[in-house]
Write a protein that binds this ligand. Structure first.
Ligand code: ATP
Ligand code: MG
Length: 375
């Protein structure tokens, strides 16, 4: 039998050896190029291990530069080296109400979520801080995408509760790492917070072309079968990723290109596979990254916006399709959330009066919205 025929007969595997390597929240085993930044954050949080007050940190930088991954890895390391610290990672895109943030902290401290009997926020807070006091443990809260808390005016209260806990619960020691993606965002805190929150800023620079390629090569080695990705195709996808400045594009691009090659019965990814998938991913990536944080109500609103955005822009016209399902106030709140998530633009009416109302524009293709709603 010729080796080509043998190849075909033997080949019943996908080109993807470990598809999970390309999941966007996969924590890579090899994480390079961020040693300085991770060291800086480690120095800031280290006092917590000995029961001293840490330096609070704000992690800043463009999208896809490894901020979330660095902080998550650091939290893992803390767990390994110390039993004294309770590290909590909270994604504020999903948890942007005080109660929800505090419930996440409760879960980390006790190991189970607070019982759903409508306990007020103060009770949960009291349990959390009381337990830390009793067990002599310190608390480290990482607030990822903390700008969301500022957008909905919750940041002050959350920071106050976490960082001034020691004033009520003697001996309780807490610290915060905030992560901010949007570089145009500047956080402002009032005087009462500033006394306890003067964060040290750690900036994550974009990766160079070389580093981008190195990171993507590692993913190929870990996730694809040998020989599937040739050097020149890797160069191409690395260049596109570098130009667009988001590693996620490259990581997802490799997976989707491999799937495309596979459908066509090839064992190698071609440059044209990359070209074909990259545009599609660029438009859907942002929507997919936030889809986990959308509630059923958010999706109902998004569906109406996506289905009718070509025909209308006025807020009330969209609401017309939803008035049986939700109050106007809820609809308005969802729109603000979608605006903060950069899914819609709200063009606010300059003045009030007949026919003067806000206009809504989708910032992403409606197809990518309809796709995540179906999933
Ligand atoms: N140095 C690195 N080595 C390997 N993978 C990396 C590295 N930096 C980032 N990644 C990968 O790139 C993707 C994006 O990283 P991450 O989510 O940490 O970025 P981010 O800075 O938090 O982005 P955003 O601001 O959009 O939230 C992840 O899949 C992550 O595994
Ligand atoms: Mg992130």
């Amino acid at each position: 039998m010729s080796s080509k025929i043998k190849d075909i007969l033997m080949w019943d595997e996908s080109l993807l050896r470990n598809p999970e390597v390309f999941d966007l929240n996969y924590l890579p085993e090899v994480f390079k190029f961020r040693d300085n930044e991770m060291e800086a954050i480690s120095h800031n949080v280290k006092p917590l291990i000995k029961g001293d007050f840490p330096t609070n940190t704000i992690v800043l930088g463009p999208t896809g530069t490894g901020k979330t991954t660095s902080v998550k890895l650091l939290m893992q390391d803390i767990k390994e080296v110390s039993n004294n610290v309770v590290p909590v990672y909270i994604n504020c895109q999903f948890h942007y109400r005080e109660f929800s943030v505090m419930s996440q902290i409760f879960k980390a401290v006790f190991g189970y979520p607070p019982v759903e009997t409508g306990k007020p926020l103060t009770t949960i807070y009291d349990y959390v801080m009381g337990e830390l006091q009793k067990k002599n443990k310190t608390l480290l809260v990482a607030l990822d995408d903390v700008d969301f808390l500022f957008h909905v005016n919750v940041a002050e209260n959350v920071l106050y509760k976490i960082l001034r806990a020691h004033e009520i619960y003697a001996g309780v020691i807490t610290g915060v790492i905030g992560i901010i993606t949007d570089n145009s965002f500047t956080y402002k805190v009032s005087e009462k917070i500033r006394t306890v929150f003067m964060p040290n800023e750690v900036y994550f620079k974009p990766y160079s072309l070389e580093s981008t390629k190195d990171i993507l090569r590692y993913r190929c080695d870990a996730g694809l079968f040998p020989g599937v990705m040739d050097e020149e195709v890797l160069n191409k996808i690395s260049e596109i990723t570098f130009e667009r400045g988001d590693l996620r594009l490259g990581i997802k691009g490799i997976k989707e290109s491999a799937m495309l090659a596979e459908i066509q019965g090839r064992r190698k990814i071609l440059a044209e596979d990359v070209e074909k998938v990259i545009e599609r991913i660029t438009t859907s990536l942002h929507v997919e990254s936030i889809s986990g944080g959308l509630s059923k109500t958010d999706k109902e609103v998004l569906k109406v916006l996506a289905e009718h955005s070509l025909k209308m822009t006025k807020t009330n016209d969209f609401y017309h399709f939803l008035e049986d399902k939700m109050s106007y106030e809820l609809f308005r709140r969802v729109l603000i959330k979608l605006e903060n998530l950069k899914i819609v633009d709200i063009q606010r009416a300059q003045s009030r009066g007949r026919g003067k109302q806000n206009l809504i524009h989708l910032r992403v293709p409606k197809e990518s919205i309809l796709k995540i709603i179906q999933e």
